[in-house]
Design a protein around this ligand. Structure first.
Ligand SMILES: OC[C@H]1O[C@](O)(CO)[C@@H](O)[C@@H]1O
Length: 515
């Protein structure tokens, strides 16, 4: 299989000077709290939409359907308005990520994170105080803008400040915070569901906590050297590089960033450049990683776990508790990824997970198909098996496609197309999260257990993608990807080697002449 991977002649990381400083780790931990906002939101909506008081106030018809004994269990929550509550956030985030890519480039990663926390806070206030559906949805849209800004800035920030040998681990702090956010949200829902009739307001309002952490925390962190140098702040960039590497000897790395930024400055239209032939490998991979991440079916489970568990017959408390257990598995297995990603590499984790996810999705489908046909509810013993299978699925997702969906796109684009290219990754994630959020309950209503086979089929396609098209990027310095990865890949090299796109060359030359 070596022929399909990037066959680096020298697999050891380039020896940039420097150690892993406390400051760099601290900056990583603070910035990663952007992931908490995203995760909290993913986790909170499922539980809130299962709460009677919330349904009765905003979605009375769903409330009635939920309590109708004869209604088909698979279809109880099939309501476009209810799904719009969950999904509107992702639509807003999709649009926001393109705006955020511009602010990231022109004003830096740090400022973009600060803006994210402010948008998010305003959204939280509207949500917690919502008196009608309109207020609720406007609040969700603002939360979405916050998520779009944070998801754009944070993974880039983490990959750019990280020393190469722990880049994977540091970047995965973002996804770790996403999973912690989901878990905390599930725990919060577990308790607030018994606070009648305003428990849902508390659930939605507590989303302000991670936003406040990011807002104040981001005052303490640095801007990335790459962003400073890209914006012509060379001295500041050099000083920051020395500080985060804990040494004065940073010339090699500094020069590499300066070289990358010289090319970046000549590119006046990053979005046009990202569309050109030679950006094709990174662009295709960034988008597909996200499409595939979502078509594992993860969010069908994350958003609607409490609803799903109610569907198979757990009572309110039982279903929220199962969602909490699942959330814990998600967090712990993301830690496994942090420990392994820079040792085993990205491809092994992704491939192992494909096998484990395929087996668990197919098994969930089979159990529901067999046992739910005769009886609209599952027997408690069988339902517990479904929870076990869901945990098996979530564990493998958590050490692979979850974190690597962010890591790989953030480390593969060259500086000149990095923010624009990464915007495609974020927006694809949001688009497909939106599609799943909007469609899952209807799909479950129509396809019933078949939905899990649908996701299983996608997992097969993902495995082929990794085997043939995804090169290994472990231990490759971020600004050396073209030489060491793309030019050596059996398929992608044709885009990079002969990819001198006429328009692009003209674009760069024009800019150079103007300088
Ligand atoms: O941990 C699961 C979560 O991770 C993500 O895939 C983001 O990487 C979310 O879409 C999902 O809800």
């Amino acid at each position: 299989m070596a022929g399909f991977a990037a066959s680096n002649s020298d697999d050891s990381p380039k020896q940039f000077e420097g150690r892993i400083t406390i400051y760099v780790v601290l900056c990583g931990i603070i910035a990663a709290t952007g992931g908490l906002m995203f995760g909290y939101d993913v986790g909170i909506s499922g539980g809130v939409t299962a709460m009677d008081d919330f349904l009765e106030k905003f979605f009375p018809s769903v409330y009635v359907k939920k309590h109708e004994v004869k209604e088909d269990n698979y279809c109880k929550f099939d309501d476009q308005g209810l799904q719009l509550f969950t999904s509107s956030l992702y639509l807003a985030a999709l649009v926001a990520s393109f705006i955020a890519s511009k602010t990231c480039k022109s004003y830096g990663r740090k400022l973009t994170m600060q803006a994210a926390s402010i948008f998010f806070l305003v959204g939280v206030i509207l949500n917690a105080a919502a008196r009608d559906l309109a207020m609720l949805i406007v609040g969700r849209i603002l939360l979405g803008v916050g998520v779009g800004f944070a998801n754009q800035a944070v993974p880039l920030f983490l990959s750019e400040i990280a020393p190469v040998r722990i880049r994977g681990a540091l970047n995965i702090l973002f996804q770790l915070d996403v999973t912690i956010g989901i878990l905390v949200a599930n725990v919060v829902n577990y308790f607030t569901s018994s606070i009648r009739p305003w428990g849902w307001r508390l659930s939605l309002g507590l989303a302000g906590v991670p936003a406040l952490i990011l807002c104040f925390g981001s005052l303490l962190i640095t801007e990335t050297p790459a962003s400073l140098i890209e914006r012509q702040k060379l001295d500041e960039g050099l000083a920051v590089l020395k500080k985060i590497r804990g040494t004065e000897k940073v010339e090699l790395e500094f020069n590499e960033i300066v070289d990358a930024s010289k090319i970046a400055q000549q590119v006046k239209h990053p979005f046009r450049n990202v569309m050109m032939r030679r950006s094709r490998p990174q662009l295709v991979i960034a988008i597909l990683m996200q499409v595939f991440q979502q078509f594992t079916g993860i969010n069908a489970i994350m958003f609607y776990a409490p609803v799903l568990f109610q569907t198979i017959g757990f009572k309110n408390d039982g279903s929220l508790l199962s969602a909490v257990i699942m959330g814990l598995v998600n967090v712990l297995c993301t830690v496994v990824s942090i420990l392994l990603v820079d040792r085993l590499g990205r491809r092994i984790l992704l491939l192992e997970a494909c096998a484990q996810m395929l087996i668990s999705q197919a098994a969930i489908g089979a159990v529901l198909q067999v046992f739910m046909k005769a009886n609209n509810n599952l027997h408690q013993d069988v339902a517990i098996w479904v929870v076990v299978l869901v945990c098996l699925f979530v564990s493998s997702f958590a050490w692979s496609w979850g974190p690597l969906g962010w890591l790989i796109p953030s480390e593969t684009f060259p500086l000149e197309t990095r923010t624009a290219g990464f915007a495609f990754a974020v927006s694809s994630n949001m688009l497909f999260t939106f599609i799943i959020a909007q469609a899952f309950l209807s799909m479950m209503c129509h396809m019933k257990a078949g939905i899990f086979f649908f996701f299983a089929a996608w997992i097969v396609a993902m495995a082929f993608f990794v085997v043939f098209l995804l090169p290994e990027t472990k231990n490759v310095p971020i600004d050396e990807m073209t030489e060491r990865v793309w030019k050596k890949h059996w398929y992608w090299r044709r885009f990079v080697d002969h990819g001198e796109d006429q328009n692009e060359t003209r674009d760069v030359e024009d800019s150079a002449n103007r300088l």
